[in-house]
Design a protein around this ligand. Structure first.
Ligand code: AMP
Ligand code: ZN
Length: 469
C-alpha cells in the first residue's frame, strides 16, 4: 500500500513501525459550533483510510482530539454567560451526532485538551529543561524555534524565508519573544478566561502542544500516521514536530497525510460571504450518507468543490448502489436454494476482478474516486448478470461483494440492515421508557433480547449507545 507523505512529498510504500499495527492520530475540530462540511472532509477520508487498513488486517489505534479550550469557545461562553465547558460539551455531543450520521467510526480515544493539561505542563517543562523553550517575564512560555534544527521539514520552508514573512507570524506577547519565529507553549490567563496552575503562571496552553502530548500518551513517542487538513501543515503540524521531536528525541510520525480543502461553488467557504454549510444544514436536505459518498468521489488530495448539482449527482450515484442491493434482497427472498451452477461460479470469479480493482485503487494512496468506480462497475456487472432464475448462493455472493466494498468506504447500502437498526433504536427507546416507569423487569428483558441478537448496549452520559458484538 502506498501513501503520499507530505514530509517527502512522495508516494511511499507504507511500512508500519510494528508489524500488523497502525498508530494513527488525526487532528480534530475546535468545538465552538456545529461542524461545517469542510471539517467533515478529514473525518470521512481518514475514517475510510482506517477502515481500509482494518480490512487489510491491521489493528488500527485511531486517536482524534477535541480542542475544547480556545479563544472562540471562550468568546461564545462569554456571549451566552456560561462556562466554556458548557459550550465545548454541547458541541462535542453535536459533533458526535454528525459523525454518527456520516458513519464515521468512533476513535479508539477522543481525548479532550482540558483533560490533558498535566501532560502538557510536563512536556513544556521537559522542553525548558532541554533548552528548547524559555519563560518570558509575564510567565508566557515560548518554544525556541531556532533550537530545533529540522524546523520547516514538513512544510518545506526554511527559517530565513519565514523570517522575511515574519509579520504574519507575530502572535500575542510578541514583544517578549526572543525571536519572531518562536511560538507559544503556555500563556498567562486573561480576565474571564479559564486557567490552570502551572510552574510559570496561572494560564492555559497554546494550541499546538495538546496534539504532541495526546499523541504520545495514547499512541507512543513514534507513530505511523499523523493526519489533518492541509491548512494544518504550517504552522500547526510543523510546531507539533518541533515540540515532540525536541522533547522525545525520536521521529514523531513516519507518514504525514493531508486532505485538500473543500470549496463551495469554487469559492473558499466563508460565513460572512454566506457560502457556508454545517453538516447539520446538509442533513436537512440529504441523508448524510450522500455527503459521505460525495466526499469520497474525489481523491482526498484534490480540492473538492461543493455545489447543489454535484450533491444531486452524488445522491444518484449512491442510489444506484442502494437500489442494486435492494434488488438483490428482493431476489434473495424468492431465489431457489440451489448451489452455484458452473456458469455462476465463472461469473463470480469474473466479479472478483472488481475487488482487485478496488484494492489497487485504495492501495494507491487511498484513491477512493477510483475505488468507487470499481464498485459502480461491479453494480453494472451484477445488474447485467442476475435474474429471477439466479440461484440464492450466486445472488448472495454478489451482494456480499458489493456490501463489503461499500462498507470499507463506510457507505451503508443495505437498507434491510437499516430497518433492523431502526428496530433496535425502537427497542432501546422502549427500554428507556420502561426504566423511567421503574419497570426494570421489562427493561432487563429488552436488554437480554438484544444481547441474544448480538447487540451490546452501553449506558453513557450522552445516552444509550449500541453496537453489534
Ligand atoms: P478546525 O476546527 O478549524 O481546527 O478544523 C478541523 C479540521 O478540519 C482540520 O483538519 C482542518 O484542516 C479541517 N478543515 C477545516 N476547513 C476545511 C475545509 N474547508 N476543507 C477541508 N478541510 C477543512
Ligand atoms: Zn493537532
Amino acid at each position: 500500500m502506498k501513501i503520499f507523505n507530505t514530509l517527502s512529498r512522495k508516494k511511499e510504500e507504507f511500512v508500519p513501525l510494528k508489524e500488523g499495527e497502525v498508530n494513527m492520530y488525526v487532528c480534530g475540530p475546535t468545538v465552538y459550533n456545529l461542524i461545517h462540511i469542510g471539517n467533515a472532509r478529514p473525518m470521512i477520508v481518514f475514517d475510510t483510510a482506517r477502515r481500509y487498513m482494518e480490512h487489510k488486517g491491521y489493528a488500527v489505534n485511531y486517536v482524534s482530539n477535541f480542542t475544547d479550550v480556545d479563544d472562540k469557545i471562550i468568546k461564545k461562553a462569554n456571549e451566552e454567560g456560561v462556562e466554556p465547558s458548557v459550550i465545548s460539551e454541547r458541541y462535542i455531543a453535536e459533533c458526535k451526532k454528525d459523525m454518527e450520521g456520516l458513519n464515521v467510526k468512533t476513535a479508539t480515544v477522543h481525548p479532550k485538551a482540558t483533560e490533558e493539561i498535566d501532560g502538557m505542563i510536563e512536556m513544556i517543562q521537559t522542553l525548558i529543561d532541554k533548552g528548547h523553550a524559555y519563560v518570558a517575564q509575564d510567565g508566557t512560555v515560548y518554544f525556541k524555534t531556532r533550537s530545533f534544527k529540522d524546523y520547516g521539514k514538513l512544510s518545506h520552508k526554511n527559517l530565513d524565508d519565514l523570517r522575511s514573512g515574519e509579520r504574519s507570524l507575530l502572535v500575542s506577547g510578541e514583544d517578549q519573544k526572543q525571536d519572531p519565529l518562536d511560538f507559544v507553549l503556555w500563556k498567562p490567563k486573561k480576565e474571564g478566561e479559564p486557567y490552570w496552575e502551572s510552574p510559570w503562571c496561572q494560564g492555559r496552553p497554546g494550541w499546538h502542544i495538546e496534539c504532541s502530548v495526546m499523541s504520545r500518551k495514547y499512541l507512543g513517542e513514534e507513530i505511523d500516521i499523523h493526519a489533518g487538513g492541509e491548512d494544518l501543515i504550517f504552522p500547526h503540524h510543523e510546531n507539533e514536530i518541533a515540540q515532540s521531536e525536541a522533547a522525545n528525541d525520536k521521529e514523531f510520525a513516519k507518514y504525514w497525510m493531508h486532505n485538500a480543502f473543500l470549496n463551495i461553488d469554487n469559492k473558499k467557504m466563508s460565513k460572512s460571504a454566506g457560502n457556508f454549510f454545517t453538516v447539520r444544514d446538509i442533513s436537512e436536505k440529504y441523508d448524510l450518507q450522500v455527503l459521505r459518498f460525495f466526499m469520497l468521489s474525489a481523491h482526498y488530495r484534490s480540492p473538492l468543490n461543493f455545489s447543489a448539482e454535484l450533491m444531486e449527482a452524488a445522491k444518484n450515484g449512491l442510489e444506484r448502489i442502494v437500489s442494486c442491493v435492494g434488488n438483490l434482497n428482493f431476489l434473495l427472498e424468492s431465489a431457489a436454494d440451489a448451489e452455484m451452477t458452473e456458469e455462476e461460479k465463472g461469473l463470480i470469479k469474473e466479479a472478483e476482478k472488481y475487488t482487485v480493482k478496488f484494492d489497487e485503487a485504495m492501495d494507491d494512496d487511498i484513491n477512493t474516486a477510483d475505488a468507487i468506480s470499481a464498485i459502480f462497475e461491479l453494480v453494472k456487472f451484477t445488474n447485467t448478470n442476475v435474474s429471477e432464475q439466479s440461484g440464492k448462493a450466486f445472488v448472495q455472493a454478489l451482494k456480499d461483494e458489493i456490501v463489503m466494498l461499500s462498507d470499507i468506504c463506510g457507505l451503508i447500502v443495505d437498507k434491510k440492515e437499516e430497518i433492523l437498526d431502526a428496530d433496535i433504536e425502537a427497542l432501546i427507546q422502549e427500554r428507556q421508557d420502561a426504566r423511567k416507569a421503574k419497570n426494570f423487569a421489562r427493561a432487563d428483558e429488552i436488554r437480554d433480547m438484544l444481547a441474544a441478537q448480538g447487540i451490546v448496549l452501553e449506558d453513557t452520559r450522552e445516552g444509550v449507545k449500541w453496537k453489534r458484538a
